[in-house]
Design a protein around this ligand. Structure first.
Ligand SMILES: [Zn+2]
Ligand SMILES: [Zn+2]
Ligand SMILES: [Zn+2]
Length: 267
């Protein structure tokens, strides 16, 4: 772990466990699929989506949390059987209609589905509550008190509470890396477009222009929190870099002046 989280309070644990009764936030359920009728076992702990309401920080936290939670589930194991079972991820998050969700199994232990419930001494030996008059309790999943929170769920709650109360990022480094990648991809796209406005510049000119404009272009990174690149601002920076480039080129031509070639100097 890159940081310390406090163990979550009992209140927080109970609050997230309660999501099991919210069909929109639990899995499997009528809303989240895939098998309506099954009792929900997992609750949604993290999500992200890629529309304009989305945020790179959510994606970064989602992915960082997922890896940490899976790691806890698989602790002291050589396979991923437990994390595959206890951590369920769905959706790719790439649009408003495609939300990525991370569901984590709340409980482990408890009674098997065919548990006959508890019995008292007044019960007939081998009492079957469906046939005999039973003095005990019918099983509601944990009649022997063996059910516990999964370590994965404890970790998930600790991480969710950390993001909520302490710090917006689980991993500052991961967030900045993701934001830089998005910015770079957007910048490449804008620069390819700006380049088309100067059809007579060569590839070499373009590379040199981008180099000259590099500081000004990366300045833009600090103004937009989500890796967005403003087209006009990028164009301004590019034009500035372009002037510098051709000025340099002009000086070079002058220095290496060859008779009859000063006409190469750009306007
Ligand atoms: Zn009984
Ligand atoms: Zn039971
Ligand atoms: Zn230069």
């Amino acid at each position: 772990m890159y940081f310390r989280t406090d163990p979550p309070s009992d209140e927080a644990m109970a609050q997230y466990a309660e999501l099991l009764s919210d069909a929109n936030r639990s899995w499997p359920s009528y809303y989240t699929g895939p098998l309506p009728g099954d009792e929900p076992t997992h609750v949604e702990m993290f999500f992200w989506r890629g529309d304009e309401a989305g945020w790179i920080g959510d994606k970064s936290n989602f992915e960082t949390a997922r890896d940490l939670i899976r790691g806890v589930a698989d602790e002291r194991r050589t396979d991923t059987e437990l994390s595959d079972e206890q951590v369920y991820e769905c959706g790719g998050g790439s649009s408003a209609w495609d939300v990525a969700q991370l569901y984590v199994q709340v409980y482990e232990g408890g009674c098997p589905a065919e548990c006959p419930g508890t019995h008292t001494e007044e019960c007939r030996p081998g009492c079957d509550p469906y046939v005999d008059f039973c003095h005990g309790q019918e099983c509601e999943g944990d009649c022997h008190g063996t059910q516990t929170f999964t370590p994965a769920f404890r970790t998930a709650v600790a991480l969710a509470e950390y993001v909520k109360n302490d710090h917006p990022f689980l991993s500052e480094d991961d967030y900045h890396e993701q934001r830089r990648d998005v910015f770079e991809a957007n910048l490449d796209e804008v620069l390819e477009d700006v380049k088309l406005h100067y059809p007579y510049d060569t590839e070499g000119d373009h590379r040199s222009i981008v180099e000259h404009a590099s500081d000004a272009l990366w300045e833009l990174y600090h103004y937009e929190p989500d890796g967005y690149v403003d087209w006009d601002a990028a164009r301004d920076a590019y034009d500035q870099g372009r002037s510098e480039h051709f000025l340099d080129l002009g000086r070079t031509v002058l220095r290496n002046e060859i008779p009859g070639q000063t006409a190469l100097m750009p306007a």
